[in-house]
Design a protein around this ligand. Structure first.
Ligand code: 5GP
Length: 127
């Protein structure tokens, strides 16, 4: 399995997202629960661009989801997505959820994250 090495946090294990979870670096947080954190992407690709992540740091991408172990967490991520879409005013107009998974997808950060993109008409196929 191709490994994603960029944006690792070698001092503590984990990635740059671990630092955001621990509030060691700032992020514009839009949603937080016991097991999910969501914050605005630092390089937004749409008027609304939020990253929704599990607080556990051991899921590299969709490739390493264990459906049995992570079923509740996955439900919580999608529930958060709908809630955030409503909160940020894109639920009715529609939005895109993206899970980049592995090198060819363009994934940079090896910590499972869902991109929520909205506020403009999306193109298909994606680049
Ligand atoms: P990927 O390409 O791995 O699917 O997406 C990673 C996303 O994380 C990118 O859209 C990138 O802009 C965002 N990102 C990377 N580092 C940071 C950061 O330190 N803060 C925030 N808010 N977003 C980040």
């Amino acid at each position: 399995m191709g490994e994603i090495t960029a944006k690792r946090d070698p001092e503590n294990g984990g990635t740059i997202f671990s630092k955001i979870i621990r509030k060691e670096i700032p992020a514009e947080i839009v949603f937080e629960s016991d097991n999910v954190l969501a914050f605005k992407d630092i390089h937004p690709q749409a008027p609304v661009h939020v990253l929704i992540i599990p607080k556990v740091t051991d899921i590299e991408s969709a490739r390493t989801i264990d459906p049995k172990r992570h079923a509740q967490l996955l439900g919580d991520l999608y529930e958060a997505a709908n809630s955030i879409a409503k909160q940020l005013g894109v639920f009715d107009s529609g939005f895109r959820l993206v899970l980049n998974s592995g090198p060819d997808s363009g994934q940079e950060v090896p910590h499972l994250h869902m991109h929520l993109l909205g506020g403009r008409k999306m193109n298909w196929p994606p680049g």
